[in-house]
Design a protein around this ligand. Structure first.
Ligand code: XMP
Length: 494
């Protein structure tokens, strides 16, 4: 009944996740017995198979902290200067609790001219020099600012001085108790040694963190801090970037390239492994066994799989290369497994079923962009469009992102003209990843249970041995498998 994977994926077709469907197997354990613990790379283990994509609308410090708190990992993007990227890593590593707000700092002699400054936090912090690295003096709240007639007024003339703060050594419950006792909307956490603000904790943060079901151990590095990854390119200047990132404490590096099987990447893999033997290197992207073999030979510790399957990608249309993501994951993992190199299924995830498919077909983790964009933890402010709250999400190969510097991922060093391989769009507000990732993982566990797989390893074994069967869905079967035949239902109140 149905086809074993080896037959299904050797017919000359490129299948996406939606094309294939698994046939249910036999259940002899409860959902909660399913273990999703996994490996990101040869030496980096995670409690959940979730990785946030190195994109400038997905992973900066808040996302990295939240992903690590959940037991996954965030890869901080490199569409910035090396020192800005290193600062994001340090910031993520300075957190012990997944607070969202990335405080904005001003000096007493600054003026705040736009309400946008309050987009990511209900308050702006005033420090001596207007940067994080100086003494905390007070705050300006959104309502203080809105009450001003003249928006050019200097911050020093209306800021609230010597506001309540708590020591940065407070743990989550201590901060929460303080906010509740004083009935405050937010409180800065201040380092007692130098008076610097480490974090701002809002009442909304407390609620968000309280609500998040623990899935497993948070991802902690050997430094005792949250694990954080970072991406780099393969140019000469990326060697200096890597050095800064290593100093900032990254736990893994991703060589970010849309076609990873290149002399540039192979040289960078060898360089990174020689210079930083303790640091695991993820290569890619690849979609074929040949590409994968080359990077494995060069010494990668993990492989990122996907070309043109991302929600904002136009690579397949622009360059005529790529592969259906289900086929790519299956093919690459079948070769990488022999060398003990874990696979990251990158792109094309838009529901929990896609995660189940990626993991069963051989991936050890999934990397997500659009699925995580639009969350509280994604960079950028919410906007309103047609009555909906949205956040911007853009491809790193979009002209807009490349103008900021991400062109290295899509161009050789010699290309003079920029050709877009991605688009700019927006995704709906999803709330906090701390809430929706646990629900998603529960759904993934149910998928595993239906297949009779109690862990990633057992799923891979069932697939390889041919016990697990699958089929290709016709267009009609795909329609049938989604919600269909309904008219929209609006609840009437009488
Ligand atoms: P999802 O589907 O999760 O995909 O939104 C995220 C992945 O897409 C890749 N990516 C791009 N691919 N043009 C592309 O062809 C782009 O502009 C682009 N930006 C990101 C990347 O692998 C990411 O993890």
């Amino acid at each position: 009944d149905g086809f074993p994977a080896v037959r299904l994926f050797n017919q000359g077709y490129s299948y996406t996740y939606d094309d294939v469907i698994f046939l249910p197997h036999y259940i002899d354990f409860p959902t909660d017995a399913v273990q999703l613990a996994t490996k990101l790379t040869r030496n980096v283990s995670l409690s959940i198979p979730c990785v946030s994509s190195p994109m400038d609308t997905v992973t900066e410090s808040s996302m990295a902290v939240a992903m690590a708190a959940l037991g996954g990992i965030g890869i901080v993007h490199s569409n910035n200067t090396a020192s800005d990227q290193a600062a994001l890593i340090r910031q993520a590593k300075s957190h012990r609790i997944p607070f969202v707000s990335d405080p904005i700092f001003v000096s007493p002699s600054d003026s705040i001219t736009s309400v946008d400054e309050f987009a990511s936090s209900p308050c702006i912090l005033v420090t001596e020099s207007g940067t994080k690295k100086s003494k905390f003096l007070g705050v300006v709240t959104k309502s203080d600012w809105q009450a001003l007639n003249d928006k050019e007024v200097k911050v020093r003339d209306y800021m609230t001085k010597s506001l309540a703060s708590v020591p940065s050594s407070y743990n989550f419950e201590e901060v929460a108790a303080y906010l509740a006792a004083k009935d405050l909307e937010f409180v800065p956490l201040v380092n007692e040694k130098d008076g610097e603000v480490v974090d701002v904790v809002t009442a909304a943060d407390v609620e968000r963190i309280r609500g998040f079901p623990k899935l497993g151990m948070p991802s902690m590095g050997p430094d005792g801090k949250f694990m954080v990854g970072a991406s780099i390119g393969t140019r000469e200047s990326d060697k200096e970037r890597l050095e800064e990132l290593v100093k900032a404490g990254i736990n893994v590096v991703v060589l970010d390239s849309s076609q990873g099987n290149s002399i540039y990447q192979i040289e960078m893999i060898k360089y990174a492994k020689k210079m930083y033997p303790e640091l695991d290197v993820i290569g890619g992207n690849v979609v074929t066994m040949y590409q994968a073999q080359n990077l494995i030979q060069a010494g990668v510790d993990g492989l990122r799989v996907g070309m043109g399957s991302g929600s904002i990608c136009t690579t397949q249309e622009v360059c005529a290369v790529g592969r259906g993501q289900a086929t790519a994951v299956y093919k690459v993992s079948s070769i990488a497994e022999q060398s003990g190199v874990p696979i990251i299924a990158d792109g094309g995830i838009s529901n929990s079923g896609h995660i189940v498919k990626a993991l069963v077909l051989g991936a050890s983790t999934v990397m997500m962009g659009s699925f995580l964009a639009g969350s509280n933890e994604a960079p950028g402010a919410y906007e309103y469009q047609g009555g909906r709250r949205i956040k911007k999400y853009r491809g790193m190969g979009s002209l807009e992102a490349m103008t900021k510097g991400s062109d290295a991922r899509y161009l050789g060093d010699t290309a003079k003209l920029k050709i877009a391989q991605g688009v700019v769009g927006a995704v709906a507000d999803k709330g906090s990843v701390l809430k929706f990732i646990p629900y998603t993982m529960q759904a993934v566990k149910q998928g595993f249970q239906d297949l009779g797989a109690s862990s990633l390893q057992s799923a891979h074994d069932l697939l390889k041995s041919g016990v697990l069967r699958q089929e290709v869905r016709t267009g009609a079967a795909q329609v049938e498998g989604g919600v269909h035949g309904l008219v929209s239902y609006e609840k009437k109140s009488f």
